[in-house]
Design a protein around this ligand. Structure first.
Ligand code: AMP
Ligand code: DBH
Length: 544
């Protein structure tokens, strides 16, 4: 089995006693519907009934078993917002293989970093992704990881010696397939962290903890078999997967409608055609939707929409207050993290809570307290660092003992790096952030990861990535560099792209300085750089 940091025995016992941990595999979410004839999933022209989805999952699981997949193994998976994403996810769970679901925007740098950590036995990727148009990366991964024996490709017809066609595996006979999921208190899969370190971190999630977060989210968000949920954010992201996400909707027997992205062009027709009544967005997408409705002069296409979840990045009160009138639906704010803790505002909350706060935890056993810089609790109403532990909050990043020492306290509380205020009724308001991460409209960028890459360029001697305020995205990025010779920003950006990172991580601006400002102890003074970036913006009349 995969090693990971477990919950202490006394807490595990409590979570079981309270009925949070039910010792069932996550794949039960679909099993319970194996005779259900209702529509589970719509993706473009494809319509999948629960029964059909279940069968496809079993066929793929059986095919993977026949090719040597075994319980306890790991898989690197990269698929876009298509039905196959869920089919692969459930098939791997049923075989007992723990996947990392890389986002479709991830490139060579992220994929190899994930592979390095999990040493995958299986790779499932998409020929239409630019890293998999040819076999270069596949061959590199295979030579780096000798145990990588099963390669499955989506959007290809032919199974070659090297790789298998996903469609073909999904069409094989399921024979006498017997599921072999990992035990419910073991790792089911790895979630991705936005992180703040040089290498992207992985979060082991167990069946027990993840399944609980989903079951408990459903009543809070009003999910039931009549829910028609539009998944427009990346399907593997924790938010649209589990808060309450597609998995919550499957559990309830509702419908998931997939679109490739959250643009009005792809979402509005889907909402209209499939009578979508719930969706989840990040703040910039909300702004774009409102803008679009404003231009069209009507939100008629969205008449079926009842609940809009907004989270992933700070959401301003002014925008929050516009939702009901402009979109004709209820706003539910959500403040969550792939590491665990998820907070929601509740339906029926008063305006102050709904529009100015980011909700309260899912569970009465989510323990939350707010720390000052000395690690002491601060009173209600005062900002400080969020500290949390609970029945679905992880106990450590995968294979990162040193980093875990830094972000967990002696009692197992995780410090998310968010600066928040807690009120006596348990509601939280996100004030800011202390971690060295940039939140670009919900997409998280670890400054250190980009700085390390910049420093690999032979002409770069110092590099610092900081946030700059942006009207639409909340934050964008500015890389400050000191270079040995003159180098054009465009050249550095292109060079970074060639290092194989996701496009959203490319600095929006690159500025060269003769030297970087330092703090009294000699660290790069990011606060000074942020101030400089903001001042430059203002100077250019480009500010908030
Ligand atoms: P990740 O660790 O990548 O899952 O990202 C989780 C982080 O996203 C949180 O720790 C917050 O910094 C940020 N976040 C999520 N939801 C919200 C929200 N509603 N408001 C502000 N920040 C948020
Ligand atoms: O930003 C996030 O990671 C996030 C936001 C809302 C999340 O993981 C979640 C809800 O579950």
């Amino acid at each position: 089995m995969i090693e990971f940091n477990r919950w202490p025995v006394d807490l595990a016992e409590r979570y079981r006693q309270k009925g949070y941990w039910i010792d069932q595999p996550l794949s039960e979410i679909l099993d319970i519907h194996h005779e259900n004839n209702a529509i589970a999933l719509i993706c473009g022209e494809q319509v999948w009934r629960y029964r059909e989805l279940n069968d496809a999952v079993n066929r793929l699981a059986a095919a993977l078993l026949r090719r040597g997949a075994r319980r306890g193994q790991t898989a690197l998976v990269q698929l876009g917002n298509e039905a196959e994403f869920y089919i692969v996810f459930f098939a791997l769970l049923r075989v007992g293989v723990a996947p990392v679901n890389a986002l479709f925007s991830h490139q060579r740098s992220e994929l190899t970093a994930y592979a390095q950590q999990i040493q995958p036995d299986i790779l499932i990727a998409d020929r239409e992704h630019r890293q998999f148009h040819d076999d270069v990366l596949i061959n590199q991964l295979k030579s780096d990881h000798q145990n990588l024996n099963i390669v499955v490709l989506h959007h290809t017809d032919s199974s070659l010696a090297q790789s298998q066609s996903l469609a073909q595996l999904m069409s094989e006979d399921m024979g006498d397939f017997v599921p072999t999921p990992t035990p419910a208190d073991e790792v089911a899969f790895f979630q991705l962290s936005g992180g703040s370190t040089g290498t992207p971190k992985l979060i082991p999630r167990t069946h027990n903890d993840y399944y609980y977060s989903i079951r408990a989210s459903n009543p809070i968000c009003g999910v039931n078999s009549y829910t028609r949920y539009l998944c427009a954010l990346p399907a593997g992201h924790n938010y649209p997967l589990s808060s309450p996400g597609a998995l919550g909707v499957f559990y309830a027997g509702g419908q998931v409608i997939l679109t490739p992205n959250p643009s009005p062009e792809s979402c509005f027709p889907a909402i209209y055609q499939h009578h979508v009544n719930m969706t989840a967005l990040v703040p910039p997408a909300v702004s774009i939707w409102l803008e679009c409705i404003n231009l069209r002069g009507s939100a008629d296409e969205l008449a079926s929409l009842k609940v809009l979840l907004v989270g992933g990045a700070p959401f301003g009160e002014t925008l929050a207050r516009r939702i009901q009138n402009a979109l004709g639906c209820q706003l539910q704010q959500v403040f969550g993290m792939a590491e665990g803790l998820v907070n929601y505002t509740r339906h029926g909350d008063d305006d102050i809570h709904t529009f100015t706060m980011q909700g309260r935890p899912i569970s009465e056993d989510d323990e939350v307290w707010i720390a000052n810089s000395q690690g002491q609790p601060v009173p209600y109403g005062e900002p400080g660092l969020l500290m949390t532990r609970g029945p679905y909050t992880f106990r450590g990043y995968y294979r990162s003992p040193e980093y875990n020492q830094r972000v967990f306290d002696a009692n197992g509380f995780y410090c998310s790096g968010d600066v928040v205020t807690q009120y006596p009724d348990g509601y939280l308001k996100v004030i800011g952030r202390e971690k060295d991460q940039i939140n670009r409209g919900g997409e998280k960028i670890a400054a250190e990861e980009i700085e390390h890459l910049l420093l690999r360029h032979p002409a770069v001697t110092y590099a610092a990535l900081v946030a700059i305020p942006d009207r639409l995205m909340g934050e964008k990025t500015c890389a400050y560099v000191v270079t040995r010779e003159t180098i054009k920003p465009a050249v550095l950006r292109r060079w970074l792209r060639e290092q194989g990172i996701a496009d959203y991580k490319l600095p929006d601006r690159v500025e060269t300085l003769p030297e970087l400002p330092l703090t009294p102890v000699g660290k790069i003074n990011k606060q000074a750089l942020r101030a400089l970036a903001a001042a430059n913006l203002e100077h250019q009349g480009d500010a908030l």
